[in-house]
Design a protein around this ligand. Structure first.
Ligand code: TXA
Ligand code: MG
Length: 318
C-alpha cells in the first residue's frame, strides 16, 4: 500500500527520482510522473494498464510556461487560459520537441493544463519539470475523486499519494483543440460548453467519439463500473428490471427505489462532484445492475451525460 500524506517534499523527492505520485486536482486525482523523463512516464502506462495510443495531459505550475512546451499559442487558446486557468481546462497545442513522444502518443500536439489545487500547485512550483498525469484509475474504470479511491485501486503501484481531500469539481477537465482559426471541444468536462463559447465564441464539438485510436482516449466504453449500468427512464427501467436486484442513480428523484440521488436540490455542480463516488458506491452494493437517468442537457449536465453514456456503453454489446 502506498503512503498517504500531505508532504509536498516527500512527493517531490519521489518524482525527482522517477517515481509515481498520485496528485489531487480540482477535477479528479492524477497519477503523476516527470513529463520530461520517458522512463518515468512509461511507469504510468504500466500502473494503469493504459494503451500507449492514449496521450497524457501535462500539468504546469503557471500559464507562463506554455511557450516552453507548445510551439504556438493561438489567440483563442490564450483567451481561454486567461479566463479559466488555474482550472478544469486542457489546451491541446502543437508540442515542442522537449515533450517526449510517449507523453503525446506520437502526436504532434500536447495537452497542457494548470490545475487548481493548492497542494499540487505548490508541488509543481517546487519542481523543475512539469507533471504528466492521467486520471489515477485502472484504465477504463471510474476516475478517483479521493485519496482513498486511489489507494483502493492503485495503492500497490504508486509510490506516494498526496492527499488533498475530495475533488471540488469531480469531472475531468474540458479539453479544447485548435484547427486553423477554430476551436474544438475534444472532451466535455468541468468547464461548460456555454462558458467556453461565452469566452471565445462558437466552437465545434467532438461528438464523433469512437473506439478508433485516431481519436485518442475518447473510447466509447470508459468511466465504467464493473456492474452493468443501464441508462434510461427510471420508472420504465424499474418495470423492465422487476425481479432483478438493482439500485438507482438519479439526479433528484429515486422514484421510491433504493439508490443514490446526486443532488436532492437538482444542482448540477453538486451532481458532478458526487458522480464518480456515487458510481463506486453503487458498484460495491449487493445489486446486479445499476439503473441510471440522464441529466438535463445543459451546463455540466452535458459532461455528466457523456460519462454516463460511456459507463453504459459496454452494456449495449453484452
Ligand atoms: O482533469 C483532467 O484532465 C485529469 C486530471 C488528472 O488533470 N486528467 C485526465 O487525464 O483526465 P486522462 O489521461 O484520464 O485523459 C486525458 C485525455 C486523453 O485520453 C485524450 O483523450 C486527451 O486527454 N488528450 C491528451 N493529449 C491529447 C492530444 N495531444 N490530443 C488529443 N487529445 C489529447
Ligand atoms: Mg481518465
Amino acid at each position: 500500500m502506498a503512503q498517504i500524506g500531505k508532504d509536498i517534499e516527500e512527493a517531490a523527492t519521489v518524482l525527482r527520482r522517477g517515481g509515481l505520485v498520485a496528485i489531487p486536482t480540482e477535477t479528479v486525482y492524477g497519477l503523476a510522473a516527470n513529463a520530461l523523463d520517458p522512463s518515468a512516464v512509461v511507469r504510468i502506462f504500466e500502473a494503469k494498464g493504459r494503451p500507449h495510443f492514449d496521450p497524457l495531459i501535462v500539468h504546469l505550475p503557471s500559464a507562463a510556461q506554455i511557450n516552453s512546451y507548445a510551439s504556438s499559442f493561438p489567440a483563442k487558446a490564450q483567451q481561454l487560459a486567461k479566463t479559466f486557468w488555474p482550472g478544469p481546462l486542457t489546451l491541446v497545442l502543437p508540442k515542442r520537441d522537449n515533450i517526449p513522444d510517449i507523453v503525446s502518443s506520437g502526436l504532434a500536439t500536447v495537452g497542457l493544463r494548470m490545475p487548481h489545487h493548492t497542494l499540487t500547485q505548490n508541488l509543481l512550483s517546487s519542481l523543475d519539470f512539469p507533471l504528466a498525469a492521467p486520471s489515477a484509475n485502472p484504465f477504463g474504470y471510474i476516475s478517483p475523486t479521493t485519496a482513498a479511491h486511489v489507494q483502493a485501486q492503485l495503492g500497490d503501484k504508486v509510490d506516494y499519494i498526496l492527499d488533498g481531500g475530495a475533488c471540488s469539481v469531480g469531472l475531468e477537465s474540458t479539453i479544447v483543440g485548435f484547427e486553423a482559426d477554430e476551436a474544438r471541444i475534444l472532451r466535455l468536462g468541468g468547464i461548460t460548453l456555454e462558458a467556453v463559447e461565452q469566452c471565445i465564441g462558437k466552437v465545434l464539438l467532438n461528438n464523433e467519439s469512437s473506439s478508433n485510436p485516431a481519436a485518442p482516449g475518447m473510447l466509447l466504453s470508459h468511466y465504467a463500473p464493473r456492474k452493468p449500468l443501464i441508462l434510461g427512464d427510471i420508472p420504465k427501467l424499474v418495470v423492465q428490471y422487476r425481479g432483478k436486484k438493482f439500485a438507482v442513480l438519479a439526479l433528484q428523484n429515486l422514484h421510491g427505489q433504493h439508490g443514490i440521488a446526486l443532488s436532492p436540490s437538482g444542482n448540477l455542480s453538486e451532481a458532478a462532484q458526487s458522480l464518480f463516488a456515487a458510481m463506486r458506491s453503487l458498484d460495491a452494493m449487493e445489486v446486479d445492475v445499476i439503473l441510471a437517468e440522464r441529466m438535463p442537457h445543459k451546463g455540466l449536465g452535458l459532461a455528466i451525460n457523456d460519462r454516463l453514456g460511456r459507463a453504459a456503453y459496454s452494456e449495449t454489446f453484452k
